[in-house]
Write a new protein. Sequence first.
Length: 394
Amino acid sequence: MNKYLVRANELMDEMVADRRHFHRFPELTNELPETTKYVRAKLEEMGYEVDEICKCGLVAIAGGKKPGKCILIRGDMDALPMPEETGLPFASENPGVMHACGHDFHMSMLLAAAKILKEHEDEIEGTVKICFQPNEETFGGAKDMIDHGVLKNPDVDAALAIHIGPMGDIGTLVFGKGPNMGSADGFDITVKGKGCHGAAPHSGISPINIGVHIYLALQELLAREVNAAEQCTLTLGTMVFGDGATNVIPEVGHMRGTMRGFNKDLTKFMKRRVEEICETTAKLFGGEASVEWLFSSPAMDCDPEFTDEVVKYAADVVGPERMIPKTVRSTGSEDFAYFGDEVPSQIFWLGGGVDDPAKRISNHNPKVLFSEEALPYGAAVYVQCAIEWLKAHK
Ligand SMILES: [Zn+2]
Ligand SMILES: [Zn+2]
């Protein structure tokens, strides 16, 4: 058995305790005071110096004693704004907040990896940058860390992330090559009409009427203006008009949605057309509409050469039969894509499904369950890939 996996198995109790602590006390975005306090204390206890390079973005350095390249390993820390319905004994104690994407696993695996790396620090042929990232779910954290220099001093040559997946068998690693997860752009449309009594619609301008026409026109944008060969989606997730009255035409309303895709030029085109459609449709009915872009994350582009290398190293941990090439591009997004835009990168999807496949449901679900038996695999894959990649590039 891979020696780092043996060690990670020994750290199982600690990883489970960490994971359950994070799970009980989830926090959102880059408001992670308790989470980062816990992570920092554990890292300092291991002998690391911890640098908070941006709000709730922590970095620790392993190695650096021998010359060589620098590889970054990343775990994200934020939870989701949703109530938990798992019934687990260590379910969330923060109402309306849940680790439903498994980032509690990522922190726990990365802490164990940090511990093992410290134990092998003299063998590291270069530097491992251990990166605890805030704010993945709203696509702000990776960019924030990069803007604050996480890829500098020492300069990072490659980056690896692991994401736990509740649908896969324990210890499987799914990996893509090239662009394999979509870009994400979020928007908020403000639709302004003129409020009036519902019995006299002619005296006002209904933003609901405008909103419905905008909704339909946006569907046509996909159907009529985008090449069918492109993989691209546009979804409206929220339409809010009025306050519950039957007889009031409201003054203003909001529509919120997201676009996913793989083609940067197409995204640029779509953003321009979304704005044009909203503005001109509103004008057509005598109202006004404006689009605010809320967030943007590029498509995840996994470097083929780096992928081949880390796949070989990871196979030594989980077994080659559990390495699964990803054949379908998904329109799900990951802000680790910002790292992929800067340096050769890979994000592995680690199988962490519960035993009974019938009980497996996707992440971002209030009932989602993950198997803690996946934890040692994640920790050991981080370590094995970092140490072996640096060795191969010394
Ligand atoms: Zn998520
Ligand atoms: Zn996630």
